[in-house]
Design a protein. Sequence first.
Length: 227
Amino acid sequence: MSNTFATEYADGKWQLITTQLDSAGFVRPQHEDYPEEFIPTKVKETLIMTVITEEDADNKYAYRVFYDNKGHAEYKRLPAVCQTTLSTEVNSRSKEINVANADVLYDRVAVVDSSNVVVGNIEALASGPVSDTNPGYIWIDQELIEYREVDGNTLRKIRRGVSGTSIHDHASGTDVHSASSQHDIPNAEQSADWSAFDSSGTELADSTNYDMSEQAVFIRAGGISNY
């Protein structure tokens, strides 16, 4: 070309072709096309299901199924002997958590029946004392909290809102439930044939027709619940 592009374009020797950009021309996602201003995301929520089953008011068991914000499921029993209460309020500025009895959240605990007779024990954390590399966990209302140090009845080095749970203020006297590994229901994700009432007609809390699956036996071994 003897002349510049601008001159040749002005002389009509070049044709400008314009195409409409619709976002799908650059990236073809594995779903329907979106306008340019939308960015496809996966919203990850948490889901907490607390199951309570009872033969009567004095023979009641509970367990919790928790789906975290990464899609992982945990199954925990909720025995009364591993429950305590807050001694002071927990708010957004709290750096530690004071409870009435910290031992029941991670240590060896005697299991009692509805008549307060000792019928067994829940062992302490099998992985050893609570530490930076071996944290303990608690539920306060719908918030999961990690702690990595225990001093008497004070939980320190806490991490709030674990696994996507919402951080809230909690009043003094609120129930605190252990969520540590002693309460992991064995092989829970591999079988749905255990619950308040399973397909074979047995029940978790019916002493005349007990469900004898390993999951149901484990839940009962922790003792009755206060739920």
